[in-house]
Design a binder for this molecule. Structure first.
Ligand code: GAP
Length: 444
């Protein structure tokens, strides 16, 4: 994991938040490449879940949430983790994650065994709205994006005029005051979720749970995650929320162990019923054909953006060997991102930076590609070094403009370039006019 964390900082994927002030624990900033990677992931999710389907619409709910909504959902009273204090070093620890030695729980910081009794710690961040900080002004930063979907169910149903089954999707920030944020971005205090609430008739719930599990596994394969590192956990009854009739966790084999990427849960009608009870409003559905009125059930695939970005980075990281400028083999770090996810799709290099005609042609090719994809221009250093820098950030294609391009080695090669493949390192000669289609067909 150290190699991955170091690459993330060195190449601008992920930085610690407020680093120059000593950092803010459990909070992360995405650098230039991390932002591109994250955007590619979110855009692909949105395409697959919303734009490619007739039965799902989007929502962008607020982060600040009415306390009554989170009281109704159960978060105010029960969204807790068990916490203990170490009396020796004063660390605050999650009781259910403590290692045991000879049957006794130990503090992971100092090894102390003098721990307090576990007590519930609510994970929600509380704030105050307006000028007075009294109990009446309390609001919460949402701990999941799902609740705004349930709260807006009726409005969205009325404006979209969808028939069951249909879904409401949302991508956005969520906040949890985790007792022990850890494993890089895996457990953060501020993170993003991609959630779909798919409403249905009660008798469709179990079938749709199986359907969405399959769809979601396909999604991870389509973004390039190795299927062998994905696992499905059928969450046993005793570990499921009491209202859930079935939950699957999609797990990934991170370097620090097998951990959850996404939960796919059949939540029954629990959430809507809770909001009906608390708000006194009707949040039901009228079936025009059967003339029945009822409260829909829901199946929820809920994925973490940051965890998926981390899985993409861990899955892509590879080391192999490649020749340096003198032909000597050296270790090459290569991020084997699926071209669809790669932050940069193509790098453009003039062979030499002090040959005006090469630079001008390279700028022309950059301008041609730019409106179709994210392009990186680099003219500094030996060409082998430039390839290596792109391999390290996972750019799948490299285009080199050389003397053949200028027609200096025969007219038949004029306006052709070398196109280098990151993974095989093979190079082929391609006409500039065919570049957009050749590359675009592989990054869609
Ligand atoms: N609406 C259901 C829900 O929020 P969850 O299992 O608590 O369910 C869903 O969260 C997903 O959100 C997780 O599978 C994970 O990917 C992500 N997630 C949850 N807590 C997180 C944290 N502290 N840091 C990063 N991602 C988190």
């Amino acid at each position: 994991m150290e190699k991955i964390v170091s690459l993330c900082k060195r190449r601008g994927f992920i930085f610690q938040a407020s680093e120059i002030y000593g950092g803010l624990n459990g909070v992360w900033d995405y650098g230039p490449l991390g932002t591109e990677l994250k955007n590619n992931l979110k855009q692909y999710w949105w395409k697959v879940i919303v734009r490619d389907r007739d039965d799902v619409v989007g929502l962008d709910g607020s982060i600040l949430t009415h306390p009554a909504a989170l009281k109704a959902s159960g978060h105010v009273d029960t969204f807790t983790d068990p916490m203990v204090d170490c009396r020796t070093c004063k660390a605050r620890l999650r009781a259910d994650q403590l290692a045991e030695k000879h049957g006794t729980q130990q503090c992971p910081n100092c090894g102390g065994k003098d721990l307090t009794e576990a007590r519930p710690f609510n994970l929600m961040f509380q704030t105050h709205m307006g000028a007075s900080a009294d109990p009446a002004s309390i609001a919460y930063l949402r701990p999941e994006t799902a609740q705004s979907i349930f709260v807006q169910f009726k409005n969205v149903l009325d404006v979209s005029r969808k028939k069951l089954p249909f879904g409401i999707a949302q991508i956005g920030k969520a906040f949890r005051n985790e007792i022990n944020p850890r494993n890089f971005t895996f457990r953060s205090r501020e993170f993003e979720q991609m959630e779909l609430e798919y409403f249905c008739r009660p008798e469709q719930g179990m079938d749709l749970l199986a359907y969405w599990l399959k769809e979601r596994i396909r999604f991870y394969e389509e973004i390039g995650i190795n299927r062998k590192r994905l696992h499905i956990l059928d969450v046993p009854d005793k570990d499921r929320a009491f209202y859930s009739k079935g939950t699957f966790d999609i797990e990934y084999e991170f370097p620090f162990g097998r951990q959850e990427l996404e939960g796919v849960a059949y939540r029954t009608d629990y959430d809507l019923q809770q909001h009906i009870k608390s708000s006194g409003k009707t949040l039901d559905y009228f079936d025009e054909e059967t003339k029945e009125r009822f409260v829909p059930h829901v199946v929820e695939p809920s994925a973490g953006v940051d965890r998926t970005v981390l899985a993409l980075i861990c899955d892509a990281y590879d080391e192999d060997s490649a020749p340096d400028e003198k032909g000597k083999m050296e270790t090459r770090i290569v991020m084997r991102f699926h071209p669809r996810m790669a932050p940069m799709k193509c790098a453009v290099f003039p062979l030499l930076k002090n040959k005006e005609a090469l630079v001008a042609k390279a700028r022309e090719v950059q301008a041609l590609l730019r409106s179709h994809m994210n392009v990186f221009y680099d003219e500094g250093g030996a060409i082998g070094r430039r390839y290596r820098r792109q391999d390290e950030i996972g750019t799948p294609f490299g285009v080199t403009i050389d003397f053949e391009t200028l027609g200096e080695k025969g007219e038949e090669l004029r306006d052709t370039v070398t196109l280098r493949d990151r993974d095989s390192m093979k190079q082929e000669r391609v006409a500039i006019k065919d570049l957009v289609e050749t590359i675009s067909s592989k990054i869609r």
